[in-house]
Design a protein around this ligand. Structure first.
Ligand SMILES: Nc1ncnc2c1ncn2[C@@H]1O[C@H](COP(=O)(O)OP(=O)(O)OP(=O)(O)O)[C@@H](O)[C@H]1O
Ligand SMILES: [Mg+2]
Length: 252
């Protein structure tokens, strides 16, 4: 079964910007999938539509076979979303933020409170659980976003640039945490501008540019594109994925 199936998805914003011009994508259950692309490529739009936050223009999207138009509540309960923007109330504390999120899914407080405590502890936020969240550092806020996204025990976790602005050590900690979730069967869709991160974590990768998927395959196959195109001889500087990415998304 696929965790996510997208068919010919199109989105034109009301100001006329075409963000997605016919995207099709399938993410098998259990996959760790990296969606890469330059700024403005359409990643957050695709994620917003999947999570029911943005209206699509046309096309279909299903989360575990639940069409987001016909069974939006089913699709929603199976999803966890770590959005690109920090969007919790800065005057609430992490425990309340995570427990209130559980409330949206109808999870009783007596279940939600210990679950929130455990998630915050797992993400290294135990000692911040009752501080106002505005006092957290940027990296801590990102981890709070992850704890909140996991409180409904989703089967599919979407992370839109979860490591933006997170220092190297914490980022590695986050990789380990995400790998652990993935090893336990959670399907993960990740966007990131740190291509090394995608290379480390993902089994499958798609590159989107100007609203269109330009590459979609196993990480192995996409990396192999690098080896065939003479990049090594041409003096490449970044990692292999970075070279493939730059080559495919370059302005002609
Ligand atoms: N609410 C909106 N109204 C109008 N245009 C929008 C809106 N949100 C995004 N866009 C436009 O849609 C296009 C795709 O944006 P999107 O945020 O999906 O890109 P992205 O791949 O997530 O980029 P980034 O890597 O910078 O986060 C861009 O041209 C953007 O300006
Ligand atoms: Mg984005």
């Amino acid at each position: 079964m696929n965790a996510l199936t997208i068919n010919d998805l199109k989105k034109t914003y009301s100001n006329g910007v075409v963000a997605l011009s016919g995207v099709s994508l399938a993410i098998p259950e259990g996959d760790f999938f990296a969606l890469l692309g330059p700024n403005g490529a359409g990643k957050t739009t695709l994620i917003g539509i999947t999570a029911g936050l943005v209206n699509k223009t046309s096309g279909t999207v299903s989360v575990f076979d639940y069409d987001i138009d016909r069974r939006p509540e089913k699709a929603r309960t199976l999803l966890g979303l770590v959005g690109q923007e920090i969007n919790f109330n800065p005057f609430e504390n992490p425990i309340d933020i995570v427990v209130n999120q559980a409330g949206y899914y109808g999870i009783p407080r007596k279940v939600a409170i210990p679950r929130a405590e455990r998630l915050l502890a797992d993400l290294g936020l135990a000692d911040k659980a009752r501080e106002q969240s505005r006092t957290l550092s940027g990296g801590m806020k990102r981890r709070l976003m992850i704890a909140r996204a996991l409180v409904n025990e989703p089967r599919f976790l979407i992370l839109d640039e979860p490591t933006a602005g997170v220092d190297v050590e914490l980022r590695r900690g986050m990789w380990e945490y995400l790998s652990g979730l993935s090893a336990r069967g959670l399907t993960v869709l990740l966007t990131t501008h740190y291509l090394e991160e995608a290379e480390q974590l993902a089994k499958h990768v798609a590159i989107i540019n100007k609203g269109q998927i330009i590459v979609n395959g196993t990480m192995q196959d996409v990396l192999a594109m690098h080896d065939g195109d003479g990049a090594a001889e041409n003096g490449f500087r970044g990692g292999r994925l970075e070279e493939v990415f730059l080559r495919l998304t370059a302005e002609k």
